[in-house]
Design a protein around this ligand. Sequence first.
Ligand SMILES: [Mg+2]
Length: 254
Amino acid sequence: MTTPLLVVTDLDGTLLDHHDYHFEPVLPVIARLKQAGIPVVANTSKTRAEWLAMRANFHDNRDAFVTENGSAIHFPNSECEVLGKSREEILDLLAPLRRDYQFEGFADWTNTQVQEHTGVSKEAAERAQQREYSEPLVWKGGDGSKQSFRETLQREGLMTLEGGRFLHVLGQTDKGRPLAALRRYYGPDTPTVIALGDSPNDIAMLQQADIGVVIASPIRDQLHVETDHRLTCSTKDGPEGWAEVLTQLLDELL
Ligand SMILES: [Mg+2]
């Protein structure tokens, strides 16, 4: 199972276009990677149900994948390594905090309400609802109480991540932590890890990679990453940038 290279990639804004989720430009590159026996590992804030519903589009991808911001690694043999906390535990810890703080989240909403808050289809909302290791919240209080809420969660072994729409509550993990287990799994000769991402929650993953790739974004300035390893940036956005940089790297490394 040893592979010389391992590609670990964010989805939204990286493998998928930020606005319309198109991904055609990556397909020839994914075919080339598959031909060369190089795994493509999705590392996403999405749920397991969400990636399982879309991975067939990527030349029937069956590689390991990481869900809910570094909370769990799902290996091809169906084994799962949990680095975060279960959603049940998270909801139990959140319940008593409702006395002091104002928030609501996916657990409080019907599927239709999730649809209203996310703007996605009924089926996509159902898959987004199938969370296992995190809870997205809408904060209804002020900034001061949000800071105190964060500190309270920290003491409970949880943390928060500020997303585009939601404040995500999850275990103390990040998208960089799974890389060690992925290197072991795809070893024993440690593969060179190429990681690609576009957002602040990708920084830990880019720092842990041998080659970090910052994908240009249509909605923010280029991500600033401090790392001792090699770092490269795409000139194009999203999937066009993904294909651009990986083609250059594969021409150089294979
Ligand atoms: Mg992204």
